[in-house]
Design a protein around this ligand. Structure first.
Ligand code: RET
Length: 246
């Protein structure tokens, strides 16, 4: 083990790639945010904050991994604790961007779901609870979020503006499909029987867990921001065309 990244440390390389991609995305979202319609600017700033917070944690996680070859669990969950609520706020902001009416309770339900999901997962990962129980609690929290954005008040508010609708649908897709990558990582890391897989040391599980989580963060933070950026640009261009015509 060394302080420098080894050429065959694939998990370390994935940490490295994601850490740099987070920095680059942050610059992109902050810069592009200056050129979209005013109502979208906060959303773009929040997208940049999410990748900024992740970039900082990824620098630590990367070094932690390279030095110890074990999961940087506490950094990972601190990052999620900050960035997942920011993503919930993002749902809100794109609805507010078009003046949709929405009560503050919808936001509290999303936040509650987030906390249950992360507390369950963390307790299972660090051994406060059995991995299976932690997972079950985490899945329950995720279910609350899915319910809220597919069936709850937030889902109904999004139908006003076509660009918001498009962005909202894409964000839902992220929460349903993109987020599903995380429990898959957890299953590989904690709920796959070691017996019979020839992996006495547990390295295979640490590796799969981290590589899958890293991929998931790449999709769910960077792609997530790009979706918002795309809707913001289209809405901005659409509006300026309309203005020219009139
Ligand atoms: C930027 C970080 C994001 C979007 C993190 C999302 C994390 C999850 C969706 C985690 C989900 C989990 C479950 C649904 C079950 C329990 C284990 C978790 C915490 C990995």
């Amino acid at each position: 083990m060394s302080t420098f990244l080894g050429p065959s440390d694939l998990v370390g390389i994935s940490f490295w790639l994601v850490s740099i991609a987070m920095v680059a995305s942050t610059v992109f979202f902050f810069y592009e945010g200056m050129f979209v319609k005013a109502s979208w600017r906060t959303s773009m700033v929040v997208a940049g904050l999410i990748t900024l917070i992740a970039a900082i944690h990824y620098y630590y996680m990367r070094d932690f991994w390279v030095n110890t070859e074990t999961s940087p669990t506490v950094y990972r969950y601190i990052d999620w604790l900050l960035t997942v609520p920011l993503q919930m706020i993002e749902f809100y902001l794109i609805l507010l961007a078009v003046g949709a009416k929405i009560s503050v309770y919808a936001f509290w339900r999303l936040l509650l779901g987030t906390l249950i999901m992360l507390l369950g997962g963390y307790s299972g990962e660090i051994g406060w609870l059995s991995p299976g129980l932690g997972f079950t609690i985490g899945m329950f929290g995720w279910a609350i979020i899915i319910w809220e954005i597919f069936q709850g008040e937030s889902s109904k508010a999004a139908n006003k503006n076509p660009f918001v609708k498009q962005a909202f649908n894409a964000l839902r897709f992220i929460v349903l499909i993109g987020w599903a990558i995380y429990p898959v990582g957890y299953i590989f890391g904690f709920l796959t029987p070691a017996v019979g897989m020839g992996d006495v040391s547990g390295d295979l599980f640490q590796n799969s867990l981290n590589i899958i989580y890293n991929l998931a963060d790449f999709v769910n933070k960077i792609l997530f921001g790009l979706i918002i950026w795309n809707a913001a640009v289209r809405d901005t261009l659409g509006t300026s065309k309309k203005l020219k015509k009139s």
